[in-house]
Ligand binder design. Structure first.
Ligand code: E4P
Length: 218
């Protein structure tokens, strides 16, 4: 399973990339607003930090012409930009045309299997079903990941299932079990994946027992 980090904070991206955990980055207008940074500048900085890895940058326009114009500007920022488009009819049309022009796309704000089917038909590189926002409505977001996986496998669609709106470590493991190709994870949740109470307890005991031997490995 590929891990993308869902943030526009360059320091978090650098830290997680240094550990070796990242296969890409996703941003959205809310994350850009939270960063307080210039959109194009921060996207270029992230792309340079992760050469060759996909970095999703979302259009702000909601009409087809506007999305096409903005998408071309974003795609020209760096080779590894993936243009993020909303799952609307205009967004799907833009997806179809960008795909035919060789621009990679991430179709976002997906909340149903039918929406995911349409995105695949339009050649989306990634589809982003939002797990957490469905869970917020008491709808099991993981069921959607399973449904999309089955539909894409039935018809051999190459669109990658990118589990988004992840809020907990359980979301990550469940998305992996459901066969999502990618999970885009907030930095804090990504770091939590490494921790376990028994790991901490076990390590504490090993450190104490090793000290009691008085030995040194170096
Ligand atoms: C990712 O591409 C999405 O924009 C993001 O995961 C949304 O997460 P949220 O529902 O926590 O805002």
């Amino acid at each position: 399973m590929k891990f993308f980090v869902d943030t526009a904070e360059v320091s978090d991206i650098r830290e997680l990339h240094d550990i070796g955990l990242l296969d890409g980055v996703t941003t959205n207008p809310s994350l850009i607003a939270k960063s307080g940074r210039d959109f194009k500048e921060v996207v270029q900085e992230i792309c340079a930090l992760l050469p060759g890895l996909p970095v999703s940058a979302e259009v702000a326009a909601t009409d087809y012409d506007g999305m096409m114009a903005e998408g071309k500007v974003l795609a020209a920022l760096a080779d590894n930009v993936v243009v993020k488009l909303p799952l609307t009819l205009d967004g799907l049309k833009a997806c179809k045309h960008m795909t035919s022009e060789g621009i990679r796309t991430n179709v976002t704000l997906c909340f149903s299997a039918n929406q995911a089917l349409l995105a695949a038909k339009c050649g989306a590189t990634y589809i982003s079903p939002f797990i957490g926002r469905l869970d917020d409505l008491n709808v099991d977001g993981m069921d959607l990941i399973q449904d999309i996986r089955m539909i894409y496998d039935n018809y051999d669609y190459q669109t990658q299932v990118l589990a988004a709106s992840i809020r907990t470590p359980n979301h990550v493991s469940q998305a992996a079990l459901a066969g999502a190709d990618v999970a885009t994870i907030p930095p804090a949740v990504l770091k939590k994946l490494a921790s376990h109470m028994l790991t901490d307890k076990g390590l504490e005991a090993f450190v104490k027992d090793w000290a009691s031997t008085g030995q040194s490995i170096l």
